[in-house]
Each structure stands twice: as C-alpha cells, then as structure tokens.
Design a protein around this ligand. Structure first.
Ligand SMILES: Nc1nc2c(ncn2[C@@H]2O[C@H](COP(=O)(O)OP(=O)(O)O)[C@@H](O)[C@H]2O)c(=O)[nH]1
Ligand SMILES: [Mg+2]
Length: 352
C-alpha cells in the first residue's frame, strides 16, 4: 500500500492535485482513494469528492495528528471496501508536525507501506514568505507555514501558471538555497502532465523513514492556529421567482467582497452549491464567480471559511451578506447548520 500525505498551507492546491492524481490513477485501474481532513465537520471538499466518484473518506473535527485513530480506520475502511492500493490523504492546511505525529506512527502501524509527504505552496504566497515573511498573516501563522515546508520530503511549488518566468527563476534560486536537500517540484496542478510528474515523484520517494521530526514550539504553533477563524455554514436559499442560483452566486461574491473588504487574510473561502458546484477563493484578488444557471426555487449552499480573524467576525460578515441578498431579491435564506470556532491547542495522539 502507498499512502501519500499532502500538507501545506490553506489554499495551496492540495485538494486539486489529489483529485487529479486519483482520477488519473483510477483511469489506469489502480485502486485509489482519498482522505480529506478538517477541523470542521461539514466540508466542501469532502462533499464535492462524493460527486466525483473517487472513493473517499473524511476525518473531521480535528487534524490527522489529533485524530490518528480516525485516519487509521479511514485507511482500513478504504482498503476493505475498495481494495485500495494508493491513498492520498490531505491534512488540514493549518496543521504541521506531520512527520512526528502522522508519518512515523503510520510507518509503525504499516511497516510494509510506502508513506510520502508532499508540502504544497501557492507560488505567490511562497514568494512573500521567502522574502522575509508576509505581514498579511500573523508571524505565528508564518511560523506554521515554514514548518510545513521544513518537514516535508517533497515541496510542490504550485500554481506556477499564475506567476511569470522571472519571478519563478528567483524563487527557484531561493528555494535551492533554503532547501538544498529536498525534492522540489514546480507545478501547475491544472495540467495533467505536471500531475503525472508529481505521481512519478511520490511513487519513487522512499525517504520518509529518514525524515526528521521537527524541532517545534507547540505554543507558537497553537497560537498560529488560534489566529485563524473557522466558519462552516449550511444554507438553503428559497426563491419564489425561480432565481435561487442567481441569489446563491450573488451571495458567494458578496461574502468574498465583505471579507476582503475587512482586510482579513483569507486562508481559504470555499462554497459548494447544490452539493456539486465548488467555488474557491484564496488570498489573491480572485475574480467574481459566474455560475451556469437554471430556473430553481431552491439552492443549497455550504460555506467553509478559514480566515485570519475571530470566527465571530466572519459570522458577522456572512450574516450581513445574507440579509443584503434577502433584501435585494425578497428571497428567504435559512441557516440549516452552523459552526464557528478557533482551532484548539493541538494534542497529537502519538509523537515519535
Ligand atoms: N491556476 C491554478 N489554480 C490552482 C492550482 N492548484 C489549485 N488551484 C486553485 O487554488 C484554489 C485552492 O485549491 P485547493 O486545492 O482547494 O487548495 P487546498 O486548500 O490546499 O486544498 C482552488 O480555486 C483551485 O482551483 C494551480 O496549479 N493553478
Ligand atoms: Mg483542501
């Protein structure tokens, strides 16, 4: 069995890459599955995987390290149900210390398994981090970001299509200086050839047994996680004029506008409409989104927001956006479930 872990900060492109890789392997009849992970419970990524047909499990309510038993049972469940030979498992984007708390325990539980760890980094945020950190995020959040890169055997500098050749050349020099011993890939995860190259790289990587556990301050790590607010909300939009999808689209764009308007740094802001259409905003100035719309009296919307501010502040912005859309359109928006919190102090089950 192969277990390929994906780590790296929120919005780096983990889900995109693992979905593309799983799809590619399944097309070659290789039994592949994915495991998603989050501090929340209602997840855009987990739900959107259901509509892709890729066998998947979710570890919710905390990171892999604090929920190792749930990760283990997800692995076993995939193997029992689908005879899975290759598993991609994506850890929460605010989580680090994966080598000590996940890779090493996995190697003990599954000594015959190949375990790899790839840290994904959005090239644009990476550029800021390499140039002395960014004041976009708190320095404790920057600490987590750099620890994620430090411990991984493979670093995927992702979204290379969103930068220019000169900047990329500068980043390559800086990365080579900072991480001379690591395998570094420069990748566009929307490109099948790049995904094939990443699959080839993880396939051939047998170095995880020699990866070192991090020297890390859990107090700083916990402080960084606590800077990020988490809001998950399930909504129903009831439209008497058959315009529910237009209202969902406007609501999504308005929430993004309000949160960026407050200058809160976005880890990720994800939406799932009618359990199938996924919309994602990260830290750059993402454009507004346009959906294909059919007349409909009802639309469902799942919101996952991971943003650097108190969860209460995110909730306030979302609630204000809901009220505005209701007023403009005369529609009714019902909050079906809601969870707003800051992640707690990380308490790994194992640390080796
Ligand atoms: N242009 C571009 N966009 C990407 C790439 N990889 C991911 N994305 C987008 O970046 C956003 C965040 O990606 P996601 O996979 O959800 O990141 P995660 O939080 O690390 O799982 C999504 O809108 C993706 O479509 C890439 O290589 N190029
Ligand atoms: Mg993800």
């Amino acid at each position: 069995m192969k277990i390929h872990l994906l780590s790296g900060f929120l919005g780096g492109g983990k889900t995109t890459a693992m979905q593309a890789a799983a799809k590619a392997l399944l097309q070659h009849d290789i039994h592949t599955g994915v495991i998603t992970n989050d501090q929340g419970i209602k997840l855009v990524d987990g739900d959107s995987f259901k509509s892709t047909g890729i066998p998947g499990r979710q570890v919710t309510g905390g990171c892999f390290c604090c929920n190792f038993a749930a990760l283990d049972s997800s692995i076993q469940s995939l193997v029992t149900a689908n005879n899975t030979a290759v598993i991609f498992a994506e850890s929460v984007g605010s989580c680090t210390d994966i080598v000590a708390t996940v890779v090493k325990p996995l190697l003990q539980f599954y000594p015959a398994a190949q375990v790899t760890i790839s840290a994904f980094a959005d090239v644009r945020l990476l550029q800021l981090m390499l140039n002395g950190g960014t004041n976009l995020f708190d320095e404790t959040v920057n600490y987590i970001y750099l620890k994620q890169l430090e411990e991984a055997g493979i670093i995927v500098v992702n979204k290379t299509d969103l930068t220019d050749q000169t900047t990329l050349a500068e980043i390559k020099v800086l990365m080579q200086q900072k991480y001379p011993a690591k395998i570094i890939l420069y990748q566009n995860s929307l490109d099948e050839n790049d995904i094939r190259q990443w699959i080839g790289t993880v396939n051939n990587d047998h170095s995880s047994g020699s990866l070192a556990s991090l020297d890390i301050s859990y107090d700083t790590y916990a402080a960084g996680e606590a800077k990020l607010g988490w809001l998950d909300q399930e909504l129903e939009i009831h439209s008497s004029d058959n315009n529910a999808l237009q209202q969902a689209e406007d609501l999504v764009n308005l929430i993004n506008k309000k949160i960026t308007g407050q200058q809160y740094a976005i880890g990720h802001l994800k939406f799932l409409i009618n359990a199938t259409d996924k919309i994602s905003f990260t830290n750059d100035k993402d454009p507004t989104v346009k959906l294909k719309k059919t007349p409909s009296t009802l639309a469902t919307l799942l919101i996952n927001a991971r943003v650097q501010t108190d969860a209460e502040n995110i909730l306030q912005q979302v609630s204000a956006a809901i009220k505005e859309i209701e007023k403009i359109y005369g529609c009714k928006i019902v909050v079906c479930s809601q969870s707003a919190f800051q992640p707690g102090y990380p308490k790994p089950l194992y640390r080796l």
